[in-house]
Write a protein that binds this ligand. Structure first.
Ligand SMILES: Nc1nc2c(ncn2[C@@H]2O[C@H](COP(=O)(O)OP(=O)(O)O)[C@@H](O)[C@H]2O)c(=O)[nH]1
Ligand SMILES: [Mg+2]
Length: 390
């Protein structure tokens, strides 16, 4: 493994010894998570070359990221992942073997992959000195990651070893209706409270619709309530506010508190607008992670270790008691029940089934390379048939 090369130029977060930041992209299906990952990947790649004269920001110097694709059902990833769930588990095969539909198949595939996640962490940690960002793309359907045990395990595992931030990707053109906006924000809120990680709202697709309205609503709940009132259907036949309307009005007060805890940026994954601001928000989250998340993590970890060691001591006690009773009853047996030193030690077969190992593609000819979106398959000469649904 090569050590990071000394780099005198100004940089974003690549001072020596600084841990890379893990970015977990979460969002509704079609919000643009994969396109966003591709965009920030290409941004980091393109700024890793010596800046050309007249480029948009010659001061920014970045290093290529480490990409982990956790979506087993994508047919063409527009970025070349360093670790790809599809290299480890065949999602179509899982559907067949377990007799599952697409969502069950994706969830089970993610569960199977999670059993090997220690290997992923190992590979990521090996690369930690060479990268500044580790980017995770999650399955299209949001709940597969946010409401599953494996999603929680993966998030906790990453967040306890690296500074981590959640990038919650929002389909801006589809959230212009106040009610939709609110339900999307409530979902974001539930994820924030579940993970307690630094949180960035990424208003995507700003090339189609600017996110100004969202910022206004977030800064001033009265603006939001006005929008709600003007949207119609908020009064019943007697002119009284409807149940829905009062509910949303009070919700907007609740969310007001939530908005204070997060950053919001507008980006277009198609044009690349706002990506620089996104990375500024990511860098700002590092401190938040260290000040707020880490101490909490250490507290819960200490508590868990205490419970575990108490439980261990307790079962050890009981075992010793049982053994004492056994020996008293059966004095001859203890002498016969001995280890045979000639057969043991190191002869146990490896427990790991080697048909399911994580692959790091960083040594491949195309490590984490940015590839054109319109591309329909991986490199033609790679000779791999990826499963395609339907
Ligand atoms: N106009 C526009 N379309 C986008 C943008 N980002 C993503 N899309 C489109 O949104 C659709 C869903 O994107 P995808 O990345 O697959 O969403 P995912 O399910 O969240 O991974 C695709 O057709 C993308 O081309 C954007 O910034 N602007
Ligand atoms: Mg996707």
């Amino acid at each position: 493994m090569s050590s990071p090369s000394p780099d005198p130029s100004p940089s974003t977060g690549q001072e020596k010894g600084k841990k890379p930041i893990a970015i977990i992209t979460i969002g509704m299906a079609g919000a643009g998570k994969s396109t966003f990952v591709q965009r920030i990947n290409s941004y980091l790649h393109s700024h890793s070359e010596p800046p050309q004269s007249g480029s948009e920001d010659p001061k920014v110097k970045t290093r290529p990221p480490y990409i982990v694709n956790l979506d087993p059902a994508v047919t063409n990833v527009s970025f070349e992942a360093n670790i790809d769930i599809r290299d480890t588990v065949n999602y179509q095969e899982v559907m067949k073997q377990y007799n599952l539909g697409p969502n069950g198949g994706i969830l089970t595939t993610l569960n199977l992959f999670t059993t090997k996640f220690d290997q992923v962490l190992g590979l990521v940690e090996k690369r930690a000195a060479e990268v500044d960002y580790i980017i995770l793309d999650t399955p299209g359907q949001i709940e597969i990651f946010t409401w599953s045990a494996s999603g929680a395990i993966i998030t906790d595992a990453i967040a306890s070893s690296l500074p981590t931030v959640v990038a919650y990707v929002i389909d801006t053109p589809r959230t212009t209706a106040p009610a939709t906006f609110m339900s999307n924000m409530l979902y974001a809120c539930s994820i924030l409270y579940k993970t307690k990680l630094p949180f960035i709202l990424v208003f995507n697709k700003t090339d189609v619709q600017t996110h100004d309205f969202a910022l206004e609503w977030m800064q001033d709940f009265e603006e939001f309530q006005a929008a709600l009132a003007s949207h119609g259907g908020t009064r019943d036949a007697e002119g009284e506010p409807t149940y829905m309307n009062s509910l949303m009005n009070s919700m907007s007060l609740v969310l007001d508190e939530f908005y204070k805890h997060l950053k919001a940026v507008g980006v277009s994954s198609v044009t690349g607008q706002g990506v620089k601001e996104f990375f500024e928000a990511v860098e700002a989250s590092r401190e938040e992670y260290e000040k707020e998340y880490l101490p909490e993590l250490e507290r819960t970890r200490a508590a868990r270790e205490k419970t575990l060691s108490d439980a261990k001591a307790d079962s050890m006690n009981r075992l010793m008691k049982d053994l004492a009773v056994d020996r008293a009853k059966n004095p001859g047996f203890a002498a016969r029940d001995r280890w045979d030193p000639n057969t043991e030690e190191g002869e146990e077969p490896e427990e790991d089934d080697d048909d399911m190992n994580i692959i790091d593609r960083s040594e491949d000819p195309w490590p984490g390379q940015y590839i054109d979106l319109t591309r329909a398959q991986r490199h033609g000469d790679e000779n791999i048939n990826w499963p395609r649904p339907g």
